[in-house]
Write a protein that binds this ligand. Structure first.
Ligand code: 4AD
Ligand code: MG
Length: 459
């Protein structure tokens, strides 16, 4: 007999004579005549109640089933007389697949996020993390949906690369050389290495995406990205996923319009398609979440220049841990103040000083700033970083010289500015930051299955 998933059964319009479900026991209580099991198979937040009669031939084994055990149940789907559920299962046969040992750590009680992080291999079996990771899956699908509907082409950019897109040097090296060989030679000799060139895990697929935007028009990448920044914050991980659209014939304003449309679409999608799981977050995790989400969908996002934002921060009278200085990067506390307290909605900051932005951003007419945009959102701060790209060959070469970048290594990138160069723009949206925003989860470690952070590579 074919297994039916619990979400399908719970949505049934009528009783069903014969069904088979398989899942894990969340809780169980026994009386003399019956055993009541709450069964969950991960297909949805809700459990289904299974009632096993003491007349079943293996009843003594059934009553010994523990929390966390795996069972298969054949029986009838019938109207439940109990409160809070429409359906329950009257078991005709209970197949005990595996009995969990008594030290199963997810007993029925509230566990802290910190504790659940130490059992990341099991936490998806809890209500909150089951919901979070179902939403993660839906949102990944929504991203592809959005771009497919808009006619963007999905591009796979390399994970191993020879260039440093962001120029921040926070990269994980890739080598096939044995550590002893490097130690013996006293240096990492690229010529002896696999690629005969320095190689790293990618920090962004942007440079490749630009090449393809200049061929296919509108493209996007959506894949893993790696940063060796040693920041132990609640918003940084060493391995994360980034969505990177890149659009030919597009300027900074078009780039912002696109980012706003994307975030609105994704928020709406979550509310519509993940309503049961989302309710867990709006009701139990963060009472203010629904309001934030409505703002994301309904409000027009603010747009101000970096200079104005700095002014605003300086005049705010707010005590920050870090000083606000024009010409320096904003700290996340500044970003959260702007989006969360001042505008109370997402805000694009544009035209940053070129000194704090990478080489590829288009230099503005003032010669001092670049056509950069960061989208800041309440609670999180930066969720999107992007720009219009420098399409003028001379200007780009000048910037690379100023920043000490080896032009030879970027010959292919520079080629694109010689052969039909056009204005183009794009951005990167951190997928985990999006999930934090949508669920109200405050630590990035809790929206990625197995987080990679400094000193932590368990699981
Ligand atoms: O602002 P970033 O560094 O932009 C780029 O990499 C551009 N090359 C993207 C582009 O234009 N195609 O990173 C983009 C976003 C950030 O806004 C943030 O949401 C996320 O990626 N991000 C991180 N997320 C989690 N952990 C980290 N360590 C992150 N670093 C960046
Ligand atoms: Mg950024």
């Amino acid at each position: 007999m074919k297994r039916t998933k619990i979400n399908i059964l719970l949505a049934s319009d009528e009783p069903i004579e014969k069904i088979l479900v398989k899942g894990w026991v969340r809780t169980k209580r026994d009386s003399k005549e019956f055993s009541f099991m709450e069964l969950n198979d991960g297909s949805c937040l809700k459990n289904i109640q299974v009632i096993a009669d003491s007349r079943l031939e293996n009843y003594s084994n059934i009553s010994a089933i523990t929390t966390g055990s795996a069972v298969g149940v054949e029986g009838k789907l019938v109207e439940s007389p109990g409160k809070g559920q429409r359906w329950e299962i009257h078991a005709e046969c209970v197949d005990i697949i595996n009995v969990a040992t008594e030290d199963y750590p997810l007993q029925k009680k509230r566990h802290s996020d910190e504790f659940l992080r130490t059992i990341a291999h099991l936490r998806a079996r809890s209500n909150k993390y089951g919901a979070a990771f179902r939403i993660r899956s839906e949102m990944a699908f929504a991203i592809h949906n959005f771009y497919h509907e808009k006619g963007f082409r999905y591009l796979h950019t390399p994970i191993i690369t020879g260039s440093d897109c962001e120029g921040a040097g926070e990269m994980f090296r890739v080598t096939s050389l044995a550590p002893e060989a490097v130690a013996k030679a006293g240096k990492w000799d690229f010529n002896q290495d696999f690629f005969a060139h320095e190689a790293n895990l990618t920090v962004s697929g942007q440079l490749s995406a630009e090449m393809f935007a200049l061929a296919l028009g509108d493209v996007y990448t959506f894949g893993p990205t790696f940063r060796a920044e040693n920041s132990n914050t609640s918003r940084h991980v060493a391995e994360f996923w980034m969505v990177e659209p890149e659009m030919a014939f597009c300027d900074l304003a078009g780039n912002m319009d696109h980012a706003e449309e994307l975030l609105k679409y994704l928020t709406r999608y979550a509310l519509l398609h993940c309503s049961e799981d989302m309710a867990l977050f709006t009701e139990f995790v963060d009472k203010g979440l629904k309001k934030v989400l409505d703002t994301l969908v309904d409000e027009e996002y603010a747009r101000i220049s970096y200079d104005d934002a700095v002014e605003l921060l300086l005049k705010s009278g707010k005590k920050f841990e870090y000083m606000v200085v024009n010409g320096k990067d904003l700290q996340s506390e500044h970003e959260r103040f702007l989006a969360g307290e001042y505008f109370k909605k997402p805000v694009f900051l544009v035209n940053y000083p070129k000194s704090i932005k990478p080489f590829y951003m288009r230099v503005n007419d003032d010669g001092r700033t670049v056509a950069a945009m960061d989208l800041l959102v309440p609670r999180i701060g930066e969720i999107i970083g992007g720009s219009q790209r420098e399409e003028r060959l001379e200007m780009l070469e000048q910037r690379m010289d100023q920043m000490g970048l080896p032009k030879e290594s970027y010959w292919w990138y520079l080629d694109s500015r010689r052969f039909g160069s056009v204005p183009h723009a794009g951005f990167g949206m951190g997928f985990e930051r999006l999930l934090m925003l949508i669920t109200g989860i405050t630590n990035i470690r809790d929206v990625i299955p197995f987080p990679r952070t400094p000193g932590n590579i368990d699981f």
